[in-house]
Design a protein around this ligand. Sequence first.
Ligand SMILES: Nc1ncnc2c1ncn2[C@@H]1O[C@H](COP(=O)(O)OP(=O)(O)O)[C@@H](O)[C@H]1O
Ligand SMILES: [Mg+2]
Length: 361
Amino acid sequence: MANLKLRDARKSYGALEVIKGINLDVDDREFVVFVGPSGCGKSTLLRMIAGLEKITDGDLMIDGTRANDIDPSQRGLAMVFQSYALYPHMTVAENMGFALRIAGVSLSERDHKVKEAAQVLELSHLLDRRPKDLSGGQRQRVAIGRAIVRNPKIFLFDEPLSNLDAALRVNMRLELMRLHERLAATMIYVTHDQIEAMTMADKIVVLNNGRIEQVGSPLELYNRPANIFVAGFLGSPKMNFLPATVKKTSSDGVSVALASGNTITVPVSAGTAKVGSKLTLGIRPEHIRIGQDGQFAGQAILAERLGGLTIFHVDIASDQSLVIQTEGTDATPLHTPLSLQIDPTICHLFDVDGKSLAGLN
Ligand SMILES: Nc1ncnc2c1ncn2[C@@H]1O[C@H](COP(=O)(O)OP(=O)(O)O)[C@@H](O)[C@H]1O
Ligand SMILES: [Mg+2]
């Protein structure tokens, strides 16, 4: 069993508050990802959990025990950093067993644990090598091995794949997911990369400026973002945002006029929005079709052809454009009048504060 709770956890450096009251439950065996832009507080929050930063206010509970004042070495956690920081003069086996040696674990037990971890990580044939004779991916696996041998209650990862090239990152991502399954361990993983968050997480925690914007499964957050920040942060290409003015509210939803002159009715509750309120309409690139009798007229000015899919950049007014995602074989020509259709039932509306208008029940 390994669960973790944060209750109104805060961190200040002098007068500067960087973690502004975090409430979060991490359940046993869950893979939780903290994601957010650079500087939002991901590493600080992880380091507060690890005990590398003092918690200024609030509670950290590990398995029901308040852990704020427990020594980092006694929390039963193991952290893997972006910089692997392996000891260059030690072999892979010595690097992996180092923490156990310091803790006074016998040679035979150390040897057993290192071999076991090496097998899980497919490092068995490299145990006698030194770090300089390993690839970047292999070094990162050794760093993870160092955490595994300690058999922690919870694994903490701080952007462990950021130093790897793109292809290796995809591989290591899959390996970490397999590792999570095999070890049946609780893991907290920090990244600024929304694709890592979407693909790896059971639960995503979106952080922004020291606060949680939203917590949920990847698809919950993708399909029902609580606000414009989450809507814009998750998904690539990004959700399109267009200014909209409320024309009518009814039991069918909220009808908004767009700058293009069209009106669409989105099936959401008006909340505090009234006729004349300024809202923002959100549409994902894959939810726009090129066809006939659509709500927008425009011209594609650029096509990014990725093979499996095509991303068009379409000007719909002098100062407005939409990003559209279609199939790889889409032969739509550039600089030719197009009609664009959107399905209002999968659009989002955000109020002036950026909050999503809730769906109709
Ligand atoms: N030791 C420190 N002293 C003062 N400010 C800090 C310190 N460490 C981090 N910060 C600030 O806290 C904020 C969050 O940093 P960090 O947790 O490293 O962000 P992230 O990991 O999301 O990129 C940043 O604004 C950073 O400048
Ligand atoms: Mg960081």
